[in-house]
Design a protein around this ligand. Structure first.
Ligand SMILES: Nc1ncnc2c1ncn2[C@@H]1O[C@H](COP(=O)(O)OP(=O)(O)O)[C@@H](O)[C@H]1O
Ligand SMILES: [Mg+2]
Length: 388
């Protein structure tokens, strides 16, 4: 979350929901509609009422005491990550916790508890968005806790953690090309689903730390704290306070605050570049002209003789050149400074489909042996040269 800006500034930013009304006459409750922070539902009854009126997915309301049991009292060695507004712990819902609950591993995100409306707003946005959206490429929200000052989210546990942890790890073996394309494909399908929803949603914080991976490297978008309802009717954009992450946010959004689905497409292009190059979107440890990945890579992408120079050297040339070229061209189009010239997420999904290889990654079936050592640190041994 190091590059994130504005996440903690008081009040001004408006997170909204994509709430659907149950009857056409009923007005949709929406976090977005509540411009005045003091009107945000903040006590458990109001939150539950707002959520139920838009509910699609059943969510479990946990007590804070139950979360202590689930996480072993928030054991520091069970921490999976920390970010903009809290810490994420691995936990387990035991059958004995409450009658009728399925035993499953979960991730528990605890908001800092600084009592800021900002944190409450982001928490509420996640409860509302993930409470009604459901897709194989979005992380599943199991439940939440809203007790006194505690604001907690409970998600399905994603065994391989974030793409950031996998792609930039010094411990893990480099992700093979086929897995990188599987991740790009899954994340693109998640974004396409949001953009094509009945009430379109702009994700606004697309980056490698917000894409999570299950055991089979299926990618799921998580962290909907900054998600926003897309423009409706003949509106081309929504105006917002500028929030997001340096290195990923679209230039026109940074300059004007005008948010469109094409802002997500730009961020998608940055992530595709990170998958291609194995470099972070911003890396202060590199020479000055290479610190901003997009500035460095963009001129090289379109030169047929040079684009291979930017491919991740850790792949050791183990990739199909034609496909790398197609992915590089796709990234190039996503990063067009003119938002209207960028492809739609649906076009991106279609372009990536032919780059998928049928490579089942599981402990038994593949020639990738995977040993889970700790929640987020898996040690991978590559038995054969390449998955395909
Ligand atoms: N469901 C989950 N399963 C496994 N790890 C997770 C899960 N949710 C979050 N994490 C880990 O915690 C990190 C921060 O989570 P995120 O939801 O992005 O919080 P923040 O709002 O603080 O950025 C992620 O990058 C990931 O490493
Ligand atoms: Mg995050």
């Amino acid at each position: 979350m190091g590059n994130c800006w504005c996440r903690r500034e008081p009040s001004v930013h408006r997170v909204s929901s994509n709430t659907k009304s149950e009857s056409p006459k009923e007005k949709s409750p929406s976090v977005n509609a509540m411009k005045d922070d003091s009107k945000l539902p903040s006590n458990p009854e109001e939150v539950e009422h707002l959520r139920r009126s838009s509910a699609a997915n059943p969510l479990i309301v946990f007590t804070f005491n139950e979360l202590k049991i689930i996480t072993g009292n928030f054991r520091p060695d069970h921490m999976l990550g920390g970010g903009g507004f809290g810490s994420v712990y691995k936990g387990f819902i035991d059958e004995d916790l409450r009658e009728g609950l399925q035993p499953i591993p979960v991730a528990v995100k605890v908001h800092d508890g600084d009592n800021s409306y900002q944190g409450h707003r982001e928490w509420l946005a996640e409860v509302i968005f993930l409470g009604q959206l459901s897709h194989p490429n979005l992380v599943k929200l199991v439940g939440y806790c809203c007790e006194d000052e505690h604001r907690v989210l409970i998600y399905e546990y994603m065994a391989r953690g974030s793409v950031e942890n996998n792609l930039f790890s010094r411990v893990l073996l480099p992700l093979p090309w086929s897995i990188r394309m599987k991740i790009a494909f899954g994340a693109a399908k998640g974004l396409a689903f949001l953009h094509e929803a009945e009430k379109p949603v702009i994700y606004r914080d697309f980056k490698t730390s917000n894409i999570l991976l299950d055991l089979d490297y299926n990618a799921k978008l998580s962290d909907f704290g900054l998600a926003k309802d897309g423009p409706v009717g003949d509106k081309s954009h929504v105006s917002t306070r500028i929030m997001g992450t340096y290195g990923y946010a679209a230039p026109e959004y940074i300059m004007t605050g005008h948010l469109t689905p094409r802002s997500d497409v730009y961020s998608y292009g940055v992530v595709l570049l990170e998958l291609l190059t194995g470099r972070k979107s911003l890396d202060k440890s590199r020479p000055a002209r290479e610190q901003n990945l997009t500035d460095w890579a963009l001129p090289l992408l379109k030169e047929k003789k040079k684009f291979l120079n930017i491919v991740d050297p850790r792949l050791e040339g183990d990739y199909p050149i034609k496909e790398v070229h197609r992915a590089a061209m796709l990234a190039y189009h996503c990063l067009n400074r003119n938002p209207k010239a960028r492809p739609l997420m649906r076009d991106i999904v279609d372009s990536l489909e032919p780059l998928q290889v049928s490579c089942e990654v599981s402990n038994e079936k593949s020639n990738w042996t995977v040993i889970i050592e700790s929640p987020n640190e898996a040690f991978q041994r590559k038995e054969d040269a390449q998955c395909n």
